[in-house]
Structure formats: structure tokens, C-alpha cells
Ligand binder design. Sequence first.
Ligand SMILES: [Mn+2]
Length: 462
Amino acid sequence: MITGNMRLWFMGDFKLFCTSKCRGASSACLSPWLSNCRQWDDLLEEFEEKNYLNARRWKPGQDPYKLYAFNQRESERIPSNRVLRDTRHYRCTTLHYNPDLPSTSIVITFHNEARSTLLRTIRSVLNRTPVHLIHEIILVDDYSGDANDCLLLTKLPKVKCLRNDRREGLIRSRVRGADAAKAGVLTFLDSHCEVNKDWLPPLLRRIKEDPTCVVSPVIDIINMDTFAYVAASSDLRGGFDWSLHFKWEQLSAEQKARRADPTEPIKTPIIAGGLFVIDKSWFNHLGKYDTAMDIWGGENFEISFRVWMCGGSLEIIPCSRVGHVFRKKHPYIFPEGNANTYIKNTRRTAEVWMDEFKLFYYSARPAARGKSYGDIHSREELRKSLKLNELGCKASTDPHWQQIPLLTSLSHSLTLTYTLSCTHACTHTHTHTHIHSPPTQRSGFFLPLMNGHVMSYFFLYI
Ligand SMILES: [Mn+2]
């Protein structure tokens, strides 16, 4: 008898079963992934996996953490098509997805990624995604030391390789990949991931329902020492402090209680940034990324603020699961220094998008004052050209509006009080112990209020 668990086991990790045993024996391919199995078998044969991996393998005596800040040796011990436990809530397994979903271009950027880890990312995608939903997999090699890390992978089905001729960083590399993408939906993945069963259809379904929605899977944990795949809590959403550091935050008891259906999306103020799906024309409309940002960091705030302020939304889809290797440090060099780069990127975000809320940022991160952050003119022009969400006075009818002084308690080390009120006149007041003059009123009161609303919306309403 096949129990529920066994059935999931086979379906979730069908490809392992398939590549090792079913060549020409279609009886083993009792799965919706049948088409992947047949179509990709021959192509996978052309790719010489052993040679690819052996050329840059860890050698005894070397520190296995030296190159990648995770255990390279362990990664190489694990097969590229390993079995994963299906970590979704059991109710997700009963959902059916209409096959008529838009296909997507999957963009994976990397700089000196371990070959075993990069390959497993791609093979997990090929193994666990219906063929017709992958338009292409675009690898953007951000000037890695060995061009073959990327080039040799183009023997795999659907895989294309773009190589930068100098180090550009994650942000410009992603924009390059997105510009080259042919499908109407973009899927950004990190280069040390493994996608789990049915990861893509629930994401694409949400985009199809609402193209202004930007969606992210629940990010499971791949242990950096053992490469064990561990389920993450699905009661989390993205959050941040005023120094613009991303952090996961627990849903409150009240928010959890409101979630009658565990398969429902979770609205999130911020996305972690590594893995998400977005409609390509919406991405372009919003201004892609700020390509003056360097290397890594801050871009997830900048895109998240734009999405909310332009009337879109960000969601975590609990029925989509993707594992990611979380590390304690970056394995690569920031040419301008890690802290300077993070400050430059977040300062650009604060200056362009946060209005008077940037004062909270500078209070929480005094070192940012006086650091160079480049020219923001083109981003300011973008902001002017975007039709920002006209929430305006609608807030006055929202019963939560009165809770806004709660912002105070979220400002941790800052001793400030912040009060917004939305009366019929839509005025707001603002006091801050570090600010001696009141924030300037801009053209009317609408923009500051609107931003006030959006920022508090992030914290309180979602
Ligand atoms: Mn990562």
C-alpha cells in the first residue's frame, strides 16, 4: 500500500528515481513529471557531470569553508538530484493548479559559486518544475574566476549563460538577466538553492491573478555545514529595523488567528530579496532595480518600498518552498568594503523613497551621514514619473489608523515619539527628540502622509 507520505516522497523526488532507473523503462515514470523525464534524459546525458564537478573539487587538506563560506566538501558528497522531504503544510498537497499558467524566465546570478551547489540549484529546478513553465534558465556569471563554471552548464536543457566582463554585483547582474529574458514573468533565484515539490505553480498562479503582486516562496534552510534540508516556519514575514537591516519576524498571535487557511498568502512588508517572482512588465514599470547600487544589499528594501508605494503588494506563498544555504558571512570581496557598500545602497533607498522617515534611518545609523552615495537624480525622476499609491484620506476610515503611535515602540533605541493622525484635513504631526525643526511640508500634505501611511502600513496592517 502506498501511504500519503510515500506518495509524496516519490512524486516530490521523482527525478532521482527517473534518471537512475528509468532510462527506456517508462513504467517507472508514473508521475506528472513524465514529460521532463523523457525530454531531458538525453540532454542530461550530454552534460558530463562528473567532469564538471571533478575539475574544481575540494581536495583533502584544504579548508572546506575557505572558498564559499559553506562546507564545500559536504556539498560535493550530496548528489545533484537528491531526494528532499516535502516540507509544505499537508493541505498544500491537495491543491491543484491549472496548467494554463504563464511560463517564466528564471534568472540566477552568481560570482564564484561552488559548482556542486550551482548545479544542484539548476537540477532541482529541472526536476521539480513542469517543463512548459520554464521558458529558460538564464545564468548571469558575474565575472567568476573560471568562465567554464557557467559555460559548461549550457549543455543542460533550457540553460543560457551571460558573462559579465567585469564585476558588477547582484543588482546590475539581475537587471542584465531580466533585460535578456524572453518570458513575461521573471523568477529570481539565488545560486545555492534547491526548489521543492510544486514550488513554481502557486507562485505563477498568484502573478496571473494579480500581476502587481510580487511573490516569494517560504525559504527553507539548507544547513551550511551538513547541507541538511530543514523546514522553515511558515509563520514568518519580512521585517526591518530603522538601520535598514532585514530580519524575519513572527506573525503575531492575532495575525495567526486570522489565518483560517494555512495555504493562503502572507502579506509581507519586505521580501528577503534572494528569491521572488515578478511580472516582467511590472518590474520594468517600477524601474527594475537601482543600477547604481553595488555588489549586494539594500536592493530588497528599494524594490519593496516601490511595490507598496505604487499600489502593488508583496506576499509569501506558503505552498511554495525553496531551500537556501544561509551563511554567516559573504564569501566574496566588496571592492569598496562591506559596510560602505551597504550604507551606499541603503542610503540611496532612504534618500529617494523614505521622505522624512529617512531621519529614523540616520538616527539608527549615524555613520551613514557624510558617506557618499552617488547621484540619485535618475531615481528621483523615476519617483516623479511613477503614479504613487493614492491612499490619501481613505486612511481616516480605517480603524487601525489610530494605532499609529505604536511606531514608537518599533523604533527600539530611538527615543522619539511619532504620531500621525488622519483627520478630515489629513494632517500629520511628528516629533523626534533628535530633530529640532519639524519636517518640511512639501507640495501640500499628500506625499508625506501617503508615505507615512505606507510605512505604518508596513508595520501595522499587513
Ligand atoms: Mn544566498
